[in-house]
Design a protein around this ligand. Sequence first.
Ligand SMILES: NC(=O)c1ccc[n+]([C@@H]2O[C@H](COP(=O)([O-])OP(=O)(O)OC[C@H]3O[C@@H](n4cnc5c(N)ncnc54)[C@H](OP(=O)(O)O)[C@@H]3O)[C@@H](O)[C@H]2O)c1
Length: 161
Amino acid sequence: MVTGATSGIGRATALRFAKAGAKVVATGRDQGRLAELAPHVDCTLTLDVTDPEAVAIVAAAVVDRYGGADVLVNNAGIGLFEGWEHTDDAALRRVMDVNLHGAVAVARSLLPSLIARKGVLVQVASVAGKRGYARHTAYCASKHALIGWSEALRHDLRGTG
Ligand SMILES: NC(=O)c1ccc[n+]([C@@H]2O[C@H](COP(=O)([O-])OP(=O)(O)OC[C@H]3O[C@@H](n4cnc5c(N)ncnc54)[C@H](OP(=O)(O)O)[C@@H]3O)[C@@H](O)[C@H]2O)c1
């Protein structure tokens, strides 16, 4: 399963996996782009990663249809590149909602089946999660947080395969 598969890295990843023979579940919000992708992948599903109900429905559909996920490419994300003085609390929350909370919600929803199948969780963060850049306060915060969550998760999952 690939999140944010309607453009950029997610779309390229979905197409590459499909070309390699994988049954790809491509997700995103943009209906037109999902429809364009549909002939190339096994399944397209509408998913806004900030909508907990939608996350639960998609995870249930993946388990129902495939028995679970072997690979989750947790890619959906947004950028915000402007000075700190223009990045108010609402903007910071918006970026954290998608890049941290959304990614964590999707990972959490599929982790039971990933663990059961000894699958792979790919967290698409950024070098902006490793260091700071000018006009990147919200984006850097969200990607640092995602990497922190993921590094801690790695410890929690030690021994599970
Ligand atoms: N491009 C780079 O240079 C670069 C560098 C480092 C890291 N990254 C990271 O790589 C990932 C993909 O970036 P990209 O450059 O390929 O960006 P992109 O072309 O803008 O694609 C972002 C994808 O995320 C989806 N998305 C955005 N908000 C969403 C939401 N609330 N729920 C579900 N999907 C959502 C978009 O689809 P919909 O609008 O259809 O939902 C779109 O498919 C991001 O996490 C980004 O931070 C990118």
